[in-house]
Design a protein around this ligand. Structure first.
Ligand code: MLT
Ligand code: MN
Length: 310
């Protein structure tokens, strides 16, 4: 199984279009130790020729242009694509709007929890993906689903499971008391298994906390790509960027007693990689103290173009 990080940044990317904050300004100026990053998406393939996108970011066109494996085959039909399926982990703008660039009648399959499919169904702009060509498939949570798309068995089995989180920003209702109207399935994690080899990894780009059921699920895993949005819960406030904490946004922090380094310390996950990294996160600077903390804890910071084979 081949896994490629197409975009390692959170919503907005790095640098973000309207941000002249501490880190965005540095990467724009070409300061050493900073890499630009596209928005949150992975690609995975069991056979090296048919691919599944895990989330479809607004940067998808650039991601395809920078990833030869995702480009049309030179032989065969004039219009073709190795992208056979798209799996969505929530309805965030950074995870669903790339679908709009996959129009033009190419057959593929979308897989998501019912709450996320309901959002696509409620927004007529997604009808640009003709339903007779692009199927919409509901994950039954906690059950294995074998992926297929474009008439091809993709050789991958996905188990989708609800994780602590929040409904997409543009769907928030009410207040923090009811977690803004969030329900199970608004944010899911994925366990992706190669049907032939049995090897598997976890992809959880948005999660508010590692609660006991989630800890049990990931214990002993070979590989996880995890929500690395923020290093410290209040860094957006202290950097003067936005009046919101990570907790308010449904994202666990990397550091601190409630953070992901601490939560995974005893879980024996062999390889741990941060993705969905926000433009406020000091781990974006390879020379930062925060980066030393992450390195010392045995975590990796995902980057665009990163490839992992399992
Ligand atoms: C998030 O991950 O919290 C969202 O992508 C935020 C947003 O929609 O800007
Ligand atoms: Mn996001």
């Amino acid at each position: 199984m081949i896994i490629k990080v197409l975009g390692s940044a959170a919503g907005g990317g790095f640098p973000q279009w309207n941000c002249n904050g501490f880190h965005s300004s540095k990467v724009r100026a070409g300061v050493a130790g900073y890499k630009a990053r596209l928005q949150s998406s992975l690609a995975v393939s069991a056979d090296g020729s048919n691919w599944v996108l895990l989330n479809a970011s607004p940067d998808i066109r650039q991601q395809i242009n920078e990833t030869p494996e995702l480009q049309p085959a030179k032989a065969g039909a004039l219009r073709n694509s190795p992208i056979k399926a798209v799996v969505l982990t929530n309805a965030d703008v950074d995870h669903i709007t790339g679908l709009l660039s996959l129009r033009e009648g190419q057959p593929f399959s979308i897989y998501a929890a019912d709450r996320v499919l309901a959002t696509l169904n409620a927004n007529s702009i997604f009808e640009v993906l003709a339903r007779d060509k692009v199927s919409r498939n509901t994950f039954e949570l906690d059950q294995p689903t074998r992926l297929e798309g474009g008439g091809v068995d993709l050789g991958l089995v996905v188990e989708a499971f609800a994780v602590p989180g929040k409904v997409a920003l543009f769907l928030e209702k009410g207040d923090a008391g009811n977690n803004f109207g969030s329900r199970d399935g608004d944010t899911i994690g994925l366990k992706v298994t190669d049907a032939k080899t049995g090897k598997s990894f976890f992809y959880i780009p948005g999660v508010a906390e590692i609660d006991p059921p989630l800890a049990d699920k990931i214990r002993g895993a070979d590989l996880i790509f995890l929500d690395g949005t923020l290093f410290v819960d209040d860094e957006m406030l202290t950097q003067g960027l936005l009046n919101k904490t990570g907790k308010r946004m449904g994202h666990i922090s990397v550091s601190g007693p409630d953070g992901s380094i601490s939560a995974l310390r005893q879980l024996n996950v062999k390889r741990r990689i941060y993705v969905h990294i926000n433009n406020s996160n000091p781990i974006l600077d390879e020379n930062s103290e925060a980066r030393k903390v992450v390195d010392a804890a045995g975590w990796e910071v995902g980057f665009d173009g990163m490839e992992v084979r399992l």
